[in-house]
Design a binder for this molecule. Structure first.
Ligand code: FAD
Ligand code: NAI
Length: 470
């Protein structure tokens, strides 16, 4: 072999990195992956998507039993929370899935280099005591929690925590504040609200879930409010003082005004995540992150340094596991001389609350902006879940589906949904849009009855003003 130890070295074994490594190996490239955690799978499998969904799923059952939803269906139960077991099944899920990646590495002959990787030059990386050389190197180091200046996170004390600490609370807090009405705040806030905490969400902006469709943001907040989450919008936290097991928050209107305080027993800081580039030795290869700390790449995921590529949360774009995975496949294919492409215009986003919130493509606001501000240049079809037979039968009346199409061509620009299974429903919209669908195409596609997905068909019919069941 050649002048290098490996054809490809991937730094980071999250959904971006481990997928890139497996695909590179599948394509016949000799591949290694450096990972400093004790387990593979990155943020997603260890402290992100998977453990949060494990708690969301379990707490959903508890909530349904405790808050009357089961009673409505003729099931009388008085649930008793066994939080230790709930955590145990979460850890089990993480354990099984992270070991699964280890198995896949072995099966595909990807070598795991255990330790922190630091660039020596563009083909050489130090991982712990070992020096590894590779023809191509992929940076997939992911992201970590953005701290709030002046507020110290101490996950071990369980009072001021980040998302990792909020997954591990040993008892249900009586009063909890989540700082940030984004995805993490709403998902983990929902978990602890369902299990009995009084939850207040403090959001800097005037509405939760920035980046999502305006209607969806407003309606979902109303639903969360009905479920018992309190919101303080347009509010910033200016300080948190911890005394023993109590935190006193000081907050004031974002635009300035009188401060108020609140005593709680848990504060979750969830105001975003930042790319991981510290300690990576980027200076050794002359690669400088942009002003947001991200590594810029071209369309093929090449950085400005020859033979160095980057994918996932560390590069611009939504910080989502499926985006990282698709980029992992594409970068490996590009390194192998094939054509790897990710359509960044069609990355679905899902909030796994009850009901779920999902969208793909443009929001109404973005679509109007794209049309030069001409509202008449788009058509919007909306269908309420309360009119969908399956959702109604299942006692799930909240939410709607919204299809946004270009008026002139009928081409679908965006689909948004609030529904119990919106995350699953949105896949059909993403696939149809990938093939350039019109709303008429969706409207004339036969959808099985009775399914929640019929609401997508009806919303598409509503674009032409002709839904049946409304
Ligand atoms: P990561 O998963 O962050 O992996 C990077 C890996 O690189 C890490 O394991 C890290 O240890 C390692 N690393 C970093 N630097 C080095 C180094 N120098 N040497 C060696 N190793 C290094 N996304 C979704 O799509 N759906 C969800 O439901 C979802 N839920 C989430 C819930 C929570 C609580 C959080 C925090 C995130 C969630 N996300 C979700 C986001 C998702 O986890 C990330 O978008 C995804 O993990 C990014 O993948 P990645 O491969 O880019 O990086
Ligand atoms: P986020 O970017 O989704 O939300 C952060 C929120 O905090 C925003 O609404 C922002 O306006 C607000 N904020 C910022 N500074 C503030 C301040 N000082 N005071 C009050 N509010 C403030 O970030 P979050 O929730 O931390 O999630 C990080 C990333 O993880 C997201 O990019 C998301 O994509 C990903 N993630 C994805 C999930 C999913 O796909 N279901 C689940 C969880 C996380």
């Amino acid at each position: 072999m050649a002048e290098y130890d490996y054809d490809v070295l991937v730094i980071g074994a999250g959904p971006g990195g481990y997928v890139a490594a497996i695909r590179a190996a599948q394509l016949g490239l000799k591949t290694a992956c450096a990972e400093s955690r004790d387990t593979l799978g990155g943020t997603c499998l260890n402290v992100g998507c998977i453990p949060s969904k494990a708690l969301l799923h379990a707490s959903e059952y508890f909530d349904a039993a405790a808050n009357g939803a089961m009673k409505d269906m003729g099931i009388d139960v008085s649930p008793k929370l066994n939080l230790d077991q709930m955590h145990a099944q979460r850890r089990d899920a993480v354990d099984g899935l992270t070991k699964g990646i280890e198995f896949l590495f072995k099966k595909n002959k990807v070598d795991w280099k255990k330790g922190r990787a630091t660039f020596q030059d563009a083909h050489t990386v130090k991982v712990g005591d070992e020096t590894v050389t590779a023809k191509d190197i992929v940076i997939a180091t992911g992201s970590s929690v953005t701290p709030l200046p002046g507020i110290e996170i101490d996950n071990d004390n369980h009072v001021v925590v980040d998302s990792t600490g909020a997954l591990e609370l040993p008892a249900v807090p009586k009063k909890m504040v989540v700082i940030g009405g984004g995805v993490i705040g709403l998902e983990l806030g929902s978990v602890w609200r369902r299990l009995g905490a009084e939850v207040t969400c403090v959001e800097f902006l005037d509405e939760i879930l920035p980046g999502m469709d305006g209607d969806v943001r407003k309606e979902s907040r109303k639903i969360f409010k009905k479920q018992g989450i309190d919101f303080k919008l347009g509010t910033k936290v200016t300080g948190v003082e911890v005394k023993g097991k109590t935190a006193t928050l000081t907050m004031e209107p974002s635009k300035g005004g009188d401060a108020e305080t609140m005593d709680v027993d848990c504060v979750l800081v969830s105001i975003g995540r930042k790319p991981n580039t510290e300690g990576l030795g980027l200076e050794a290869i002359g690669l400088e992150p942009n002003e947001r700390g991200q590594i810029e790449t071209d369309h093929d995921f090449r950085t400005s340094v020859d033979s160095v590529w980057a994918i996932g949360d560390v590069i611009p774009g939504p910080m989502l596991a499926h985006k990282a995975e698709d980029e992992g496949i594409a970068v490996a294919e590009n390194i192998a001389g094939q054509t790897g492409i990710v359509n960044h215009a069609l990355i679905p986003s899902v909030v796994y609350t009850w009901p779920e919130i999902a969208g793909v493509g443009l929001t109404t606001e973005q679509a109007i902006e794209k049309m030069g501000g001409d509202k008449a240049a788009i058509k919007v079809g909306k269908f309420p879940m309360a009119a969908n037979s399956r959702a109604k039968t299942n006692h799930e009346p909240d939410g709607f589906v919204k299809v946004i199409a270009e008026a002139e061509t009928d081409r679908v620009l965006g689909v948004w949904a609030i529904a119990s299974v919106a995350g699953t429903m949105i896949a059909q919209a993403a696939q149809a849009m990938e093939f350039g669908t019109t709303s008429e195409d969706i409207a004339y596609t036969c959808h099985a009855h009775p399914t929640h997905s019929e609401a997508i068909k009806e919303a598409a019919m509503a674009v032409q003003g002709k839904p049946i069941h409304m």
